[in-house]
Design a protein around this ligand. Structure first.
Ligand code: COA
Length: 135
């Protein structure tokens, strides 16, 4: 198993098949992708989990976190997210946050992200902003 930085293009396939398989491929591309730091977890050379970090000032948002369906629930996503949080700390980031799908808030609480109580809806999915200080 290996975690390394990847290109935006390398994230797109997993984002699409895992998160929005019924939307056009372009739907999962972000305008900000050029500004992102993209991380991938490889198992036996295959990319199975991705997440993208977007930094503004001392704050980082992670987005488009996705593990290949057949590899979910095995701990890979957690390993990747721990890595990203550690990297953010090293970079001097003081706060990390995400728009969490409502059904994933318990998962993020394991990483000490707290429910900010700010919610919104997009494409029929409820999201909650989860955040954590990194001091
Ligand atoms: C969210 C996501 C990226 C997590 O990736 P993952 O690789 O499945 O993450 P993990 O395997 O580390 O953790 C997933 C669950 O399995 C559990 N788990 C981890 N290792 C485990 C193990 N060895 N045995 C049993 N359960 C385990 C975790 O505790 C976690 O449980 P929870 O969801 O009830 O909190 C993945 O579920 C996904 O791609 N979902 C669809 C897209 C999505 O929702 N993205 C996030 C938008 S906010």
């Amino acid at each position: 198993m290996e975690i390394r930085q990847i290109s935006k293009e390398q994230t797109w396939h997993l984002r699409h098949i895992v998160m929005w398989p019924n939307k056009d491929f372009d739907y999962i591309k972000l305008d900000k992708d050029d500004l992102g730091i993209h991380f991938g977890l490889f198992k036996k050379g295959h990319l199975i989990s991705v997440v993208s970090l977007f930094i503004e000032n001392n704050t980082a948002q992670f987005r488009k976190f996705a593990t290949l369906q057949s590899e979910q629930g095995k701990g890979y996503g957690s390993i990747l997210l721990h890595h990203v949080i550690a990297q953010a700390k090293k970079m001097g980031i003081t706060k990390i946050w995400c728009n969490a799908r409502e059904n994933k808030t318990n998962f993020y609480e394991k990483f000490e992200l707290k429910n900010s109580k700010q919610m919104f809806q997009k494409s029929g999915i409820n999201y909650i902003i989860m955040e954590r200080g990194l001091n």
